[in-house]
Structure formats: C-alpha cells, structure tokens
Write a protein that binds this ligand. Sequence first.
Ligand SMILES: CC(C)(COP(=O)(O)OP(=O)(O)OC[C@H]1O[C@@H](n2cnc3c(N)ncnc32)[C@H](O)[C@@H]1OP(=O)(O)O)[C@@H](O)C(=O)NCCC(=O)NCCS
Length: 181
Amino acid sequence: MLSLKLDSLGVRPLGAEDAPELYALIEANREHLERWMPWAAGQDLAGTERFIAEAEEQFARDDGFQAKVAPEGQIVGVAGFHSIDWINRNTSIGYWLAADAQGKGTMSEVVRALVSHAFDEWDLHRVEIHCAPENARSRAIPERLGFREEARLRETELVGGRYLDSVVYGLLEEEWGSTPT
Ligand SMILES: CC(C)(COP(=O)(O)OP(=O)(O)OC[C@H]1O[C@@H](n2cnc3c(N)ncnc32)[C@H](O)[C@@H]1OP(=O)(O)O)[C@@H](O)C(=O)NCCC(=O)NCCS
C-alpha cells in the first residue's frame, strides 16, 4: 500500500494489466521521450511487459516501486524509485509525463509526495534526482522542491547515440522539514 497522498494523486504501483495502456502511451510519446530517456527509442510491448514485471519484483522485495501516474484514471506518466540503499538510507527518483500532460504541476506534486514517502514512511536520509543538464523541465522539479545541485557526472547516459552528462540533485531529510509544501 502507498500513502494516502500518493493514492489521492492517482499514483499506484504498476501491474501486469497496465502493460497495453502504458505501451500505447510510450508509442504515442516516443519522440518526446526519446530525447531524454535511454530506453524510449527501442522499447516494444515485450519491453514494457518486462519493465513492469521487474517493477513488481522490486516492490515485492521492498526495494522501492515504479508507479503509474493516473490522476483521472488513465495513465499519463510513470514515476518511482530506482532502488533503495537500506544500509545508507538513500534512494533516487525518476519520472516522465506524456507531452500533453505537462505544464500543470502534476509531476512536481507527485515527486513531492514520493519524497515525503521516502522520508516519512521509509525513514530514509537522502533522496537524489539525476537530470541531463539541458533538460530544463526536468531540472525545474528538484529545484522547485528545494533540492541542492551537488555535482555533474560526465557522460552517464547514452541517449540517441550521444552521451549526456547528469546533474545530481540531493535532498537530506532535515532539509525537507524546512521546505514549504
Ligand atoms: C520532466 C517532465 C516530467 C516535466 O514535466 P512538467 O509538466 O514540466 O512538470 P510538472 O508536471 O511539475 O509541471 C510544471 C509546469 O506546470 C506549471 N504549473 C502549473 N501549476 C503548477 C503547480 N501547482 N505547481 C508547479 N507547477 C505548476 C509550471 O509553471 C510548469 O510549467 P512551465 O515549465 O511552463 O513553467 C516532462 O517534461 C517529461 O516527462 N519530459 C520527458 C521525460 C523526461 O525528461 N523525464 C525526466 C528525466 S530525468
């Protein structure tokens, strides 16, 4: 079960039954997604099914989750935790939205609720978000939520045949307490 806040935003763990709808959304948004997401250009239906199966295993072993974002019932994006480092109490968050679901503050609210989930439900210490330097819309999300820009990693992701750097944003639990909600 996810927190009530996540549930009220329509954020629910992905299940096998979501594969056709999620794949149709990826297909309709492929050009939009493949600019930034290394998996987007080549993903077929079997790839979406594999992603969901792995997400279900991740959830079952208490290693975070991948959720559909469906504020009005239909899926408009995905957000989740890559994994949880329980020893060091940290995690990282990733996300995407369909092109026509952008510009409404949806993902900022979802990421805010995921961060609260990490600190309040799991008692984690640190959350990271990695964005390509040129991905202004993505960078605006951690910046809006009070994350600190901490580092730039060189050529971490191969997207569309070129290596992109990652800007690392970090937020500590004690800093979250002072962030306006
Ligand atoms: C990254 C991505 C999710 C950002 O989407 P987004 O719609 O810009 O983000 P949000 O849903 O938080 O919405 C913020 C926008 O809504 C506006 N907005 C409206 N109401 C708002 C509210 N209550 N709170 C915050 N923003 C609000 C903001 O002004 C902003 O619009 P602007 O950029 O025109 O100023 C989306 O661009 C995307 O999926 N891109 C492709 C995949 C990708 O890059 N993923 C991230 C990889 S690291």
